[in-house]
Design a protein around this ligand. Structure first.
Ligand SMILES: Nc1nc2c(c(=O)[nH]1)N[C@H]1C(S)=C(S)[C@@H](COP(=O)(O)OP(=O)(O)OC[C@H]3O[C@@H](n4cnc5c(N)ncnc54)[C@H](O)[C@@H]3O)O[C@H]1N2
Ligand code: MOO
Length: 391
């Protein structure tokens, strides 16, 4: 096989985006369920805060004019006539215009007051004006923002109890293979545990989509064919796992290709290079290669980006960092590599250790805390800076 002629990840993604005509649906959901959802409209504040004014601090509200002529001669200060207490954020008697921090004022036994010697009083100091926090009709958050806890706080202040967000795309996962059994069964000779489904569920939910999982499907061509048709009825993206390569039971490539208006078999990145990507009825159908790390790599570069495209999430810096390579790193001439990494902190530096084929599967899966993609033909040296993504 000529790996050189395979398209690169970015080329395949661009081909997909340019062909998919998406119609995103919008739903209203309660504010308390809106974290990690994507806002579908620009949101303007319904409220002005403070409505009229509030105290900036815990203090004593006074009339500034009293401090120009009569002070300090004035003898008796009467509560609610000459001053009132004003707490941080609270409104106070409209008679007063200025707030003195409580720690800068002393009430004397003779009824007079004394200000701290270094305290200078200015008119309106200690007072938040109307709208100093938020103004009605002010832009709170732009559409297409992935909502976090600050955003929810802001939306609540702006008067919202429900928000318009893009509906989560429905991703359907179909595990295929005669050898697969459920984890509740002890494997007999020739059987393997269906372990990718649980990983796929976790990733899909993390990335903001809804997952529907099919039972394990046998490698029976007619069945696989009709299951795909069925899944396309209710899915936005269909994932078929296994049967992507050249085995006698690998039917999925052909099944997808036959129905697709666009189809790409194999991409210039390993593991997972036999991935199949089609568009059927304007929906992406992805044939994820079966081995778990190949499934993960294909999920990460292809499915995650498709979900982001659906949801208009553009977050290129999320979980990205740079560290120092702990070893030399050479990649094959013809194919980009997805690498599982272990990152440690040593002497205030992030040290990046790629796993190799020498480590056992369990060791890699256990200790991997980051991933990276290294272009074909790279020749990096120990100590070189390398970009990675925390998982
Ligand atoms: N002659 C060749 N053989 C293979 C090639 C090739 O180019 N020529 N490519 C290899 C590469 S690279 C990959 S990657 C795999 C792709 O495998 P398939 O997608 O066809 O998957 P299967 O053959 O069905 O299974 C492979 C392996 O993965 C296990 N598997 C499958 N599904 C699951 C699941 N849901 N959970 C856990 N494990 C799963 C399956 O039991 C097999 O062990 O092909 C190479 N072969
Ligand atoms: O592409 Mo495959 O086995 O190298 O994952």
């Amino acid at each position: 096989m000529n790996l050189e002629n395979l398209p690169k990840i970015d080329e395949v993604l661009s081909s997909l985006y340019s062909r998919l005509k998406l119609q995103r649906k919008v739903e209203y959901i309660p504010l308390n369920q809106a974290a990690n959802r994507v806002l579908a409209e620009d949101m303007l504040s319904k409220n002005t805060l403070p409505v009229v004014r509030s105290s900036k601090l815990d203090g004593v509200a006074v009339n500034f004019s009293d401090f120009q002529e009569n002070y300090p001669e004035r003898k008796i200060w009467e509560k609610d006539i000459d001053y009132c207490l004003a707490d941080t954020g609270d409104d106070f008697n409209p008679k007063f215009d200025t707030v003195i921090p409580i720690e800068n004022i002393t009430f004397l036994k003779d009824g007079n007051i004394k200000l701290s010697p270094d305290f200078i009083l200015n008119k309106y100091s200690g007072v938040n004006k109307s709208g100093s926090h938020l103004k009605s009709q002010e832009l709170l958050i732009k559409k297409d923002t992935l909502l976090n806890f600050f955003h929810l706080n802001l939306m609540a202040s702006g008067g919202y109890n429900a928000l318009p967000v893009y509906e989560k795309p429905i991703v359907t996962y179909i595990p295929t293979g005669n050898e697969l059994i459920y984890p509740s069964i002890s494997p007999s000779r020739g059987e393997n545990i269906e372990s990718n489904g649980i990983m796929v569920r976790n990733l899909i939910e993390q990335w903001g989509a809804r997952l529907i999982t099919y039972p394990i499907c046998k490698d029976i061509r007619a069945n696989l064919n009709s299951i795909l048709d069925e899944a396309l009825f209710f899915s936005d993206i269909v994932l078929i796992n296994g049967g992507s390569s050249k085995g006698s039971e690998d039917f999925n490539t052909k099944i997808i290709e036959d129905k697709s208006s666009f189809f790409q078999h194999r991409v210039k990145v390993a593991p997972g290079f036999p991935i199949g990507i089609g568009i059927i009825d304007n929906k992406p159908v992805i044939n994820l290669p079966g081995p778990p790390i190949a499934t993960f790599a294909a999920m990460h570069w292809c499915v995650k980006n498709l979900i982001n495209y659906y949801l208009k999430v553009n977050n290129p810096l999320k979980n990205i960092a740079y560290g120092e390579l702990a070893t030399d790193l050479k990649t094959p001439e013809k194919i980009d590599l997805y690498l599982l990494l272990r990152i440690d902190i040593l002497q205030n530096k992030l040290v990046v250790r790629p796993f190799s084929n020498k480590e056992r599967h369990a060791e890699k899966m256990h200790l991997c805390n980051a991933i990276t993609r290294v272009p074909a033909g790279s020749n990096l040296r120990k100590g070189d800076s390398i970009k990675f993504e925390w998982i």
